[in-house]
Design a protein. Sequence first.
Length: 268
Amino acid sequence: MKRLSRCIMYIVGILYLIPFYILINLAFRPASNSSSYWIPSFNLYLDNFKNAWLEANMISAFKNNIFITLVVVVSVIVLGAFASYPLARYKTKFNNFIYTLCVSCMIVPPLTILVPLYKLIVNTTGTSTYLSVILPHIAYQLPITIFLFTGFIGSISKELDEAALIDGCGRFGIFFKIIFPLLKPVTATVTILVGVAIWNDYTFSIFFLQKPNMYTLTVALNQFFSQFSNQINWVAAGCIIGTIPLVILYLFLQKYFVKGLSAGAVKG
């Protein structure tokens, strides 16, 4: 049984590594190389990274990605933590209804309301503004944030709150001085999950950020695909460049990620 489990694990691991192999292979080979994607290129061709960086104006795209991602992540952490504390501590019928409503929103895909949302933003002249993507992202990322924070806070003993109340600490003081410092694992989990989702977003960015100086990485790299040209090697190189911040983020927060995900997914 153990051997079978290991074999399955290795097979799944290989299947996950195949796209990365093709991506790296494409990024380090010239466009003139028309051989199969599966055949490795032993001569490293670095001009793809230079062309992707310059032609896609990735400096501007990185700035836009960083700003949008930071604003959304900080907003959902603050709003999610504030909303989750009473939902986890006060099990009233109203709070249970609100929690169920928030969790139910997790199953609604963004594409289902894209058309009316786009019409609303166009009518309010909100296109090509940061708020046109930041506010929808916050709305869509809050349900998963509340779900994880509520479960994690529910696993924290209520005796801490009671002891603080006896010492004269108010509810806000309990939250900021006792509860919030204990939320590091689930905060790291939310940061990674939400950060990756916002960083890699294409749907909202392509519709709502129409000015070239406001393009995010995904939209900027998409410009390499057109009716008459296909610079897939440049796109592969740009994708590798774009994943570097995510890899660094995960390396810093990985020790909290699994702990926060497992604890936050269990309703207290």
